[in-house]
Structure formats: C-alpha cells, structure tokens
Design a protein around this ligand. Structure first.
Ligand code: ADP
Ligand code: MG
Length: 522
C-alpha cells in the first residue's frame, strides 16, 4: 500500500502545493482513492467527516487536469459554505499547477458567477440548485466535463436535492468519471450509484479505525430544565479551547447562545435565519478564537470545516444516528483527539442505544461535575491567572500599596481580601441541578402550580397550604420544585384530584393560583 504522497506518482507542482498545505501523509481514504481515481475508476467512498475526503478526490482530479477555459470537473455539494470551503481547498491543491476552482451557489449574484465562469474556470464547485440554474441558462458549459463529484451525498439527499442531482447527472455526458462521497449510505444513494455510475469501486473506511476512535464520547442524563446549568458546569470544568454546541431548533440556538453571552461566555450562533455575511462573520470570529463557543443547528454546521474544535456538545440528542456521526465528526479532525458530550433526558435512552448500535460506537454514562468540582475549576483558573499576572510583571504597580497594607495585615489576608473583592463568593452562582428529583416517584403524580419564587413563596408555604386546603397530612406530599413563576408538586396519585380541586383558583400568598396535572416532559 502507498504510504507517501510522492509514491502516487504525482507531479512536482501538486506535491509542492501539498507540502505548502502542511499535508505530510495521505489519510486512509486518500491512500485508497487517489490511485483509483488517477486510474479512471468510478468510486463510491464512505468515510465520516474529517477524514480528508476533499483532498481524496481533489488531489487526483487536479493531477489529471490542465489549465483550460472550460470546466473539466464539477463538484456538487449540499451547502454554500461547503461550496466555498471545497473550492478553497481545491485552489490550494491546484495553486502551483494553476488550476482554478470557483464556487457557485444560491444567494450570490448570478451575474458575478456568470462573469467568472466566462473568464475561464477549470473546476466548478456548486450547490445543486444553482448548478442547474446555470446549466439551464447555458452559462455553465458541460461539454468538457470529464469528472463529476457528488460530495456529502447523504446530506444532499436529506436536504431534498435528489431530483436536482439526477437532472444534473442526466445532463452530463456519458463519457465521464463519477465519484460519490457520503458519510452514510442510505438506499437512495446506492440507487444513484447503480443507475448513473460505471461499475463503481466501493471504498469504505471503517469508522472505528478513524475519527470516532479518537473521540472520547460520554453522555449525561439531564432533565430538560437543568440543561443550561449542566452546560455551564461542563464549560467551567472542562475548560474547552473551542466548543461547538448542537441544538435541534433555531429558537434553541438563539436561546442558549443568548444566555451564554449574558453569563459572560464568548459565544456566537449560526443558523439558517442569519444572512450569509453574518454567518461568515461569526465563523471568522470562531476561527480566530474571538469567540470560543459556537451554538448551531445541524443544517447550519453541515460540512463546515472548523479546525481544532476540542468539544462537541449535543445539547439536544441528534435526531438520528447519522446526525450523531456528522456532529461528533466536527471534533477529532485529521487525527486530533476530541471530546463529544451528549445530554439526554430520561426518555431518550432508546434513541441513545440506537445511535450506539448504528454508529458502532460506545457512549459512556458520566456524572455532571459537582458544585465542588466547579468551585475547584474556578479556583484553578484564578491561580493560573494570578501566576500569569506575576510572571508578566503586570502586578508591579500595586506592590507599594501592598507594602503599606502589610504593616497592618498579613500578606495572606491582603491577597485573599483582594480576591474576594474581585470574585465575591466563587460558588454562589452555581445553581442546584435538582439531582434528587430525577423523575417522579412511583405512586405519585406531578402537579403544576402557577406560583413560584418571584411570589416570595417557599416550599414550606406550599406544603402548609396544600395540607390545610386539601386536608391531607404534610408528610404525604412529595418533592416540590420551585421555579421563578411556577412550581411542581408531587402528590400521591390517589389524592391528586382532591388537591387540584381544593387548591385550584384559591388564594395562596395573596395570589390566585391555578393548579393542574403537569404535562409529561418531552
Ligand atoms: P471530510 O470532507 O472528510 O469531512 P475534509 O476534506 O474537510 O474532510 O478534511 C478535514 C481537514 O483535514 C481539512 O482541514 C483538511 O485540510 C485536512 N486534511 C485533509 N487531508 C489531510 C492530510 N493528508 N494531512 C493533513 N491534513 C489533512
Ligand atoms: Mg467533505
């Protein structure tokens, strides 16, 4: 088997570009596909994100091409971000050889794309809709196309582009080489391969050999309402360099990124509602480390090459196993190790097991950091900061002041007092996670009450009122969870209706309270 890039018989110009890019050795999928593609083989390549698929097709395509006016290769990708990113990578590989790649995607002025296509492009990288658009307008000339690549085919399928892809493939001449890459291989993708490809060679790089093996995967059982607190605890204790947080919905993304920002974390958000330029801006800040937490939906993060993400956090469990692979593939890229943390609510165990089975991976259960661990992590950070301050000599302007104080106090007292002014109580904002209240006790049901902390009510007040109004002994009342504007009360199932009718619409603590059976959590 080939080991080094030069053993593929690549030209000096390509080898020199690769060395400029810092590629020392081909990745496993590159080792297999480069010689096959150079040979003219059709390929169906399956390997998860971060395994270097772009260069796996990019290197041989550029090796085989020559600078011309009309495109000889076309790469179809699911999103505009990916179009830009793949074109960039291809331009780097083709830099010394002078092979030009251009991204075309919806949202960018079609006239501008028109012009660059006219000026002469060697490789077109585009999203399905926009490529079709250019084909129809005859602004994209297909007659010289010798190689077609479908990148992230499963994503294109998920995004409903399958018909567009078939149309494009039909337009392109029969005498072509077709390469298809996908992290997963659903049946529809296999069908495309059978119908439109010429005896494709199946290339499969085993997930367990690859990135997943290098990613530490754990899950935490967290109730929906505790997720935010759990998240900040983890961020404090794990001290990640760059974190990507995945959510189901755009609203969740807004909500979580907003809360994190309020709490002083450097967080940004991307989802489909933002304009392209806003997304580019956020991504730029993330790459530069100006923000170190990015909250995203699956769609927005699709295919993005974000270097050095140390942690992927699944704030919401991915909808399906493929989604999980895609998400955690954002860390542990190109041989680096990474950490993937997943929150699941008690009802999501089945989904978790399905992910483990399908993705052939093991996700271990872990306990959230305790308050003490958070405190310790914060203390460590203070110690590290102080050490840095001293080693940089930034503290020197205060030394004479400390000198004056040391006539009266010990240096320990002075330093501790200074820290106390700066940080207050280091742990008083670490909220409880309600660990004791996991799930409703058997024989009990949960009631929802429209009164909470803001009404200055306490647990004892609620117990006393229920006991008095419904005429049941206080010790029969189960756990009570107080929130700002509402609370949950566990009562024995057989007494629940009695409590509801006794308390509903009754004045408690000067407020009329509504009580009803709590909806089961998601
Ligand atoms: P995939 O398409 O499989 O998700 P990419 O093609 O986006 O992966 O590659 C992931 C990252 O790894 C990119 O930053 C890419 O530049 C880098 N990379 C690819 N091949 C190599 C290599 N042989 N050596 C070092 N880095 C590589
Ligand atoms: Mg890719």
């Amino acid at each position: 088997m080939y080991k080094k890039f030069y053993e593929f018989g690549l030209s000096d110009s390509v080898l020199s570009s690769l060395s400029d890019m810092g590629f020392e050795e081909p990745t496993p999928i590159q080792k297999i596909t480069i010689p096959l593609i150079l040979n003219g083989q059709d390929i169906v390549g399956q390997a998860q994100t971060g395994t270097g698929k772009t260069a796996a097709f990019g290197i041989p395509i550029i090796e085989k091409g020559k600078r011309s006016k009309v495109p000889y290769a076309i790469v179809i990708v699911p999103t505009r971000e990916l179009a830009v990113q793949v074109a960039q990578e291809l331009n780097k590989i083709g830099q010394k050889k002078g092979i030009l790649s251009v991204p075309i995607y919806g949202g960018q002025s079609i006239e501008r794309q028109f012009l660059s296509l006219k000026k002469g492009v060697d490789i077109v990288v585009g999203t399905p809709g926009r490529v079709l658009d250019h084909i129809r307008r005859k602004t994209l000339i297909l007659r010289e196309i010798k190689i077609t690549v479908l990148d992230e085919a499963d994503e294109m399928l998920n995004m409903g582009f399958i018909e567009d892809i078939k149309k494009i493939l039909k337009e392109i001449t029969e005498q072509r080489q077709t390469l298809l890459f996908s992290a997963t291989m659903p049946q529809e993708i296999r069908n495309i391969a059978m119908k439109y490809m010429n005896h494709p060679e199946n290339v499969y790089v085993n997930a367990s050999d690859m990135v997943v093996a290098k990613i530490k995967q754990v899950f935490y059982e967290v109730r929906e309402e505790d997720k935010m607190k759990a998240l900040t605890r983890l961020l404090d204790v794990e001290d990640p360099s760059l974190t990507l947080i995945f959510c189901h919905t755009k609203r969740e993304v807004d909500d979580i990124s907003g809360k994190l920002q309020q709490m002083g974390y450097y967080a940004g958000a991307i989802h489909g509602d933002f304009t392209q330029s806003h997304r580019d801006e956020v991504m730029g800040k993330f790459r530069k480390g100006e923000i170190d937490i990015l909250v995203a939906t699956d769609v927005a993060a699709r295919g993005l090459d974000i270097p050095d993400v140390s942690h992927v956090i699944n704030y919401s469990i991915p909808q399906d196993p493929d989604g999980y692979i895609h998400r955690i593939g954002r860390t542990g890229r190109a041989g680096k190790s990474g950490i993937a943390l997943t929150f699941i609510t008690p009802r999501e165990y089945r989904q978790l097991r399905l992910i483990e089975q399908t993705a052939k991976t093991k996700i271990k259960k872990a306990q959230l950091p305790t308050k003490d661990e958070v405190k310790k992590a914060r203390a460590d950070e203070v110690i590290a900061d102080l050490g840095q301050e001293i080693s940089k000599g930034k503290h020197s302007k205060y030394i004479s002041l400390v000198g004056e104080l040391s006539d009266k106090y010990s240096s320990q007292d002075i330093a501790a007092a200074a820290l106390s002014i700066m940080f207050g109580d280091m742990a008083d904002d670490i909220e409880d996670l309600g660990e004791k209240h996991q799930g409703t006790r058997s024989g009990f049901v949960r009631l929802f009450m429209t009164i909470g902390r803001k009404d200055k009510i306490k647990v004892v007040d609620i117990v006393r009122s229920i006991s008095a109004e419904a005429g049941i002994p206080a010790n029969k009342i189960g756990n009570i969870a107080l929130f700002d504007t509402f609370s949950f009360v566990e009562v024995p199932s057989d007494l629940a209706d009695r409590v509801v009718s006794a308390i509903n619409n009754v004045m408690l603590h000067g407020r009329k309270v509504k009580v009803q059976h709590a909806r089961e959590k998601r």
